[in-house]
Ligand binder design. Structure first.
Ligand code: ADP
Ligand code: MG
Length: 159
């Protein structure tokens, strides 16, 4: 497991941007943690790193948003408002994730873990005091290499 500590929304955004810069087609990232932990903030960083042309926002009614115009297409899903697994089947998210040609981020993925493909990165965000957050990163399936690639890119940014 890799743990990143951040002291500000900007730092969390920067971690996401680093992932967006090095991500490859097929990367799926599950984001979990309480409301306000910084999942969307991180997702916005990923969008910036990929240079997508539309803003990544906190969805209210939309469960799944697609962002094009970047190096790879970004899928951003938020399962917070979803009540039942049958609703998920209705939108076909599992199949979409399986075949997505870019990067996929799923907030509150822990609510419906069975929709995730085997290979994915899991990030658990924790709120500490005020602006402090920690990101616990775990790789599942073949995602070891993904986390390595991401972590190395951060190392090189900070020297
Ligand atoms: P979530 O999607 O997990 O509900 P958001 O990213 O929408 O969370 O919101 C995170 C909130 O916490 C924002 O208001 C942001 O300004 C604040 N915040 C404070 N410190 C941090 C930090 N280190 N990283 C991310 N967000 C932070
Ligand atoms: Mg959110």
């Amino acid at each position: 497991m890799v743990i990143f500590n951040t002291q500000s929304p900007h730092q969390t955004h920067t971690l996401g941007a680093a992932l967006g810069r090095v991500a490859q087609a097929g990367w799926v990232v599950a984001l979990q943690g309480d409301l306000g932990a910084g999942k969307t903030c991180f997702a916005q960083g990923v969008g910036a790193g990929l240079q997508v042309s539309s803003d990544v926002v906190s969805p209210t009614f939309v469960l799944v948003a697609e962002h094009d115009g970047g190096r790879l297409p970004l899928l951003h899903a938020d399962l917070y408002r979803l009540e039942q697994e049958t609703e998920l089947e209705g939108i076909g998210l599992e199949e979409t994730l399986e075949a997505w040609p870019g990067v996929a981020l799923v907030e509150w993925a822990d609510r419906f873990p069975t929709i995730l493909p085997l290979d994915h990165i899991q990030i658990s965000l924790r709120i500490h005091e005020e602006n402090k957050r920690s990101l616990e990163v775990q790789s599942v399936g073949a995602a070891d290499e993904w986390v390595k690639r991401w972590a190395e890119s951060i190392g090189s940014v900070h020297g």
